[in-house]
Design a protein around this ligand. Structure first.
Ligand code: GLY
Length: 265
């Protein structure tokens, strides 16, 4: 049986908008260049499609500067989808905008309701469980709401913690296969990956911890040669994609898509 945590027939992605220059960021390291962002995004979508997956590419949404980071608005699982409740006020409306698209793939869609908050970037779905990091965007109440929403789909939700000053839990980690996590040391030192095999990003290359396993590929940001070499030697099939513009807004590979296999009707 193929791994449900990284074997996908579909993905949804959204084009970056002109308003991306107003996107949220922890530290201002420069304004994203839209043309370059679009080029990186096209490479990213091509990488997803190269595995045979169908990728629905949504038009840019100028009303929401961060809406290119579509992962934060939903969690897509084999039996149904959960519409998130983003903790950033400027992003709260993104979830409702996405709901009709999800409805074209899923008949069972659940929601996280007020007053709780949770963003997809804080959620790492592995083969055996869903890990969710509390963060500035995700509350313990949001995690509890996700636990209730997914319990009858056969998932265990485990609360973990995003390191202080890090935007999302998955800013610092990625699933590589059923048993293996790519992580920064500052995250794994918490012990949250006990029972998994952990591969660490190379020193000084922590910014590439946000990669994705998508079918046969590990898609990771370009520009991190030591970590790329380590993963290559470990036998992963790497695809490097430019991420300099998304990174200016604390975004990475996972943020740019929802990855899933919709249930057969
Ligand atoms: N710029 C991505 C975020 O802060 O949500």
């Amino acid at each position: 049986m193929s791994a449900r945590s990284y074997t996908f027939t579909h993905a949804i992605s959204r084009r970056p908008s002109k308003s991306i220059i107003d996107g949220l960021r922890a530290i201002d390291i420069g304004t994203p260049d839209l043309a370059l962002f679009e080029a990186h995004h096209a490479d990213y979508v091509a990488a997803l499609r190269s595995t045979g997956a169908k990728v629905e590419l949504l038009e840019a949404d100028e009303a929401y500067p961060d809406s290119v980071f579509i992962e934060d608005a939903a969690l897509c699982l084999p039996k149904g989808a959960v519409v998130m409740r983003p903790g950033a006020p400027s992003r709260l409306g993104e979830a409702a905008v996405l709901a009709p698209t999800l409805a074209s793939y899923y008949s069972d869609i659940r929601t996280i309701d007020a007053p709780d908050f949770i963003e997809g970037g804080d959620i790492l779905t592995t083969e055996r469980e869903i890990l969710v990091g509390t963060s500035a965007r995700t509350t313990t109440g949001g995690i509890e709401a996700l636990r209730r929403a997914t319990a009858d789909w056969g998932y265990t939700v485990r609360e973990v913690h995003t390191p202080e000053g890090v935007l999302h839990f998955k800013t610092d980690c990625s699933l590589l296969d059923e048993e293996t996590i790519l992580s920064t040391e500052r995250l794994s030192v918490s012990g949250c990956f006990e029972g998994y095999k952990v591969l660490h990003t190379a020193e000084g290359e922590e910014a590439c911890a946000n990669a994705i396993r998508f079918n046969e590929l590990v898609i990771m940001p370009a520009g991190f040669p030591k970590t790329a070499e380590m993963l290559d030697k470990a036998g992963y099939n790497l695809r490097l994609v430019g991420n300099t513009e998304a990174a200016k807004l604390d975004g990475g590979m996972s943020c740019l898509s929802l990855r899933f296999s919709p249930p057969v009707a």
